[in-house]
Design a protein around this ligand. Structure first.
Ligand SMILES: [Zn+2]
Length: 426
């Protein structure tokens, strides 16, 4: 049965204003994270939109007023045809007072062929394109044989587990597309893990005891936790340099695998020797590494650093890795994601891109991180593919080219159609 998918794709140019309006509607919901806890209305809009197109809706609070939405459009021959997850985050980067926006960030406008507003590039554009594709398929009366699962998640900008919660709830598919900012490249990503390293003395000393702990004849075996932390920082720099020399991954400049000492806290008061120091680090690693391996390497290296110091040997550093939220427990993990360019779905996505846009899709790696890693970690083959440029994400006057949004919508509708019409055994 011919569904004239090409005819539906052609409609997108004529109906571009509806697509723009849909994106504007999404941007008007103020969903910056931080502060977060503000996506309820936007998520209700997405849930209603999907429900109208025949999806069954699962909506639950991950945090108060930050619900996830998962819509499932059951395929009519779901046992025999491939299923697809489309995943995107509804939260947007924060807007700070004093930023020089030309427009109100939440009152989007069209200017010079682009839609300007917070979230246009990251990533309400991707959500709008995918939702509009779903609308057009629905209006054309197309019933996909394979399952289509749409996930609109919360908290991505602050490392919260919106997507992880979807995975834990058991949502799976034969392939997933994360429609986050990729400038229409098909991408994998490196991983990020944050960690807290604590150096702590089991006793607290008065400032006046310093002479006894640092000079000959003092006879006090003690130390400043802040000073000892400098050895830890030096150790991290040595390891970072070693990684930059010995590790690499295609698509990344050498040394992209960094260890950033991002935040340091320590000491109680000028009348004391610092008895505790905490360092918050951000570690970037390559797509073929896991955060478990990275943690092991860092802890092992720092254990040697500690053993080489008489005091740290007795008072070794302790570690707390990752976290469920940058704003609740000050930590996050974004697992890495490798894209297999030989996977049938990746080939079909690249083929849809080529057929619709008449140019070869780039398959490479994202310089940033998305929720794609969680889907990959759940065993779902996944790729990032979305509209928008990273230079606009999180930026003042964030924007998305309308032409690119239209192109994106055409490609994604073709891919949804093709993949959900692919037999399971292929
Ligand atoms: Zn994003």
């Amino acid at each position: 049965m011919a569904h004239h998918i090409e005819h539906i794709i052609d409609q997108i140019d004529e109906r571009k204003d509806e697509l723009i309006d849909l994106l504007k509607t999404l941007i008007k919901y103020k969903t910056p994270a931080p502060p977060a806890r503000n996506t309820g209305d936007a998520q209700q809009f997405v849930a209603d939109f999907l429900k109208e197109k025949g999806f069954s809706i699962d909506m639950w609070d991950v945090y108060h007023n930050d619900p996830n939405v998962v819509g499932v459009l059951k395929g009519k021959q779901a046992d025999f045809y491939k299923s697809l997850i489309i995943n995107g985050h509804i939260d947007v980067a924060e807007v700070n007072e004093g930023e020089q926006w030309e427009v109100n960030p939440f009152t989007p406008v069209v200017k010079d062929g682009a839609i300007v507003g917070r979230g246009a590039a990251d990533m309400k554009g991707g959500l709008a394109g995918a939702l509009f594709a779903i609308q057009l398929l629905h209006e054309a009366g197309i019933e996909l044989p394979g399952d289509l699962i749409f996930q609109s998640v919360i908290g991505e900008e602050v490392g919260e587990a919106g997507t992880l919660e979807c995975c834990k709830r058991g949502y799976k598919a034969d392939f997933a597309v994360v429609v986050d900012t990729s400038d229409l490249h098909i991408q994998g990503q490196g991983g990020v893990i944050t960690g807290w390293i604590t150096v702590k003395s089991n006793q607290t000393y008065h400032d006046a005891t310093r002479r006894q702990m640092i000079h000959a004849g003092g006879n006090l075996f003690a130390a400043s936790a802040i000073e000892k932390m400098t050895k830890i920082i030096q150790g991290l720099q040595d390891l970072e340099r070693h990684w930059s020399i010995t590790k690499s991954y295609p698509g990344y400049l050498p040394g992209t695998n960094t260890i950033n000492p991002a935040v340091i806290e320590g000491g109680r008061h000028a009348a004391f020797i610092a008895d505790e120091c905490r360092l918050w680090i951000t570690v970037h690693y390559y797509p073929d590494e896991s955060h478990e391996e990275i943690i092991k390497e860092i802890e092992e290296h720092l254990s040697y650093v500690a053993k080489s110091d008489t005091w740290l040997r007795e008072n070794p550093p302790t570690f707390v890795w990752g976290g469920q939220s940058m704003i609740v427990d000050r930590g996050e993990i974004f697992p890495s994601l490798e894209v297999d360019s030989e996977h049938t779905a990746v080939k079909k996505l690249a083929d849809a891109h080529l057929t619709v846009l008449h140019e070869k899709a780039s398959i490479d790696v994202s310089p940033t991180v998305t929720d794609g890693g969680w889907l990959g970690e759940a065993g779902i083959p996944t790729a990032i593919y979305g509209p928008g440029k990273l230079e606009h994400a999180h930026a003042v006057n964030e924007q998305l080219s309308i032409d690119q949004l239209v192109d994106y919508t055409k490609v994604i509708i073709k891919f949804i159609y093709n993949w959900c019409h692919t037999k399971k055994e292929e």
